[in-house]
Design a protein around this ligand. Sequence first.
Ligand code: G3P
Ligand code: MG
Length: 388
Amino acid sequence: VTSSSTASPFSQEAKKLARSFGFLYDCDGVLHLGDQKIDSAKSALRLCWDHDSRYLFLTNGGGNTTEEQKAASLKKKVGIDGVDDLIGDRVIQSHTPLRKFRTQAKEDQTIYITSLDPERAREIAHSYGFKNVITSTDLLEQYEHIYPFTPKHIFNSKGRALPNGTKLWRGKDAMAYDAAELKSGNYLKIDHVFIFNDPRDWSLETQIIHDILASHQGYLGTLSHKNGDQSLENGGWQQDGQPKVWISNLDLLWKTEHPINRFGTGAFLHAFRGVWKESTGHELLFKYMGKPSRITYEYAHDSLLRANGAADGRAEPLRRVYMIGDNPESDVRGALEFQPEDGTEYVPILVKTGVWRQTEAERQPRWQPAVIVDDVLDAVVWAMRNEG
Ligand code: G3P
Ligand code: MG
């Protein structure tokens, strides 16, 4: 079964109109709840296919799946196994925009990466063009005392060597390093930290990421200092060429089949910020992508302009895009704040099947959608009626 092979009951005129607007579907809480299906998701997608509307899936999920793998699992979770239109190109995960990043980090620098499964995250990072990727597994294998406890989850790193034959600095006194010696290129230097969704082992990752950020310019085993002064004014933490931290989304909460919302990647960020502040006295400096960031909405917009076989892969303009989501902080806020230069209007629709629940205390969400509807099918129907 292909989505386009189904006889469509809609006229050419209606289809032409439908190509002028598009849909961004959030996944968790909109199309499925963990492995549990949301009944109307299939019909909502069918309606969109019948009209030949442009669409993509925009999720803050990721960390242990490539876009192709995510597309396959989505098909299963929605119950549309036979649909061959749902391919990896239609899926934007929290870290997917890294694909387009042009950065030295992809060439001769080294990144540290963490996620649910560091080995899979490494593969994903390689697929985006990052050459030197280090995970906690590598460090646990090669730096026996880096973590004082037995890690909860041990992954097999297949005995990988450190990038470019580097070794770990092993001075006895972390503050007595030789800066010139470190620069020789013989020692492992981490240039960027990427948190690809929820780290599985918060304790282990808190320790390692803290080590990296507190080190002298990313050389593990050292501690940054400027004549013993670590204040922001005089160099010190995150101010003297130390690695930058990227987090792939800010979701404090997300919705699975459990009746109560679950903590997401943002929860780890909050926990880590607390530890960092307590330990250094300073606010953590970090960058982020994923919803609600402009980086991610821009990436989605550009992909949507080219979706559904636009002629020669060229961008075809859109009048309006409907973002259908369950989380006001990511889905509604992101769409409200995003105003692309080409003038396309972004319209957030909030569904009641996920993170946001209308309660007596909270009748309206903090970020106001164009409309609140019961589920994804109602959202698509509302959007199509809105288009006349
Ligand atoms: O980890 C996934 C979660 O943060 C949200 O996913 O699909 O609702 O953006 P989604
Ligand atoms: Mg969601």
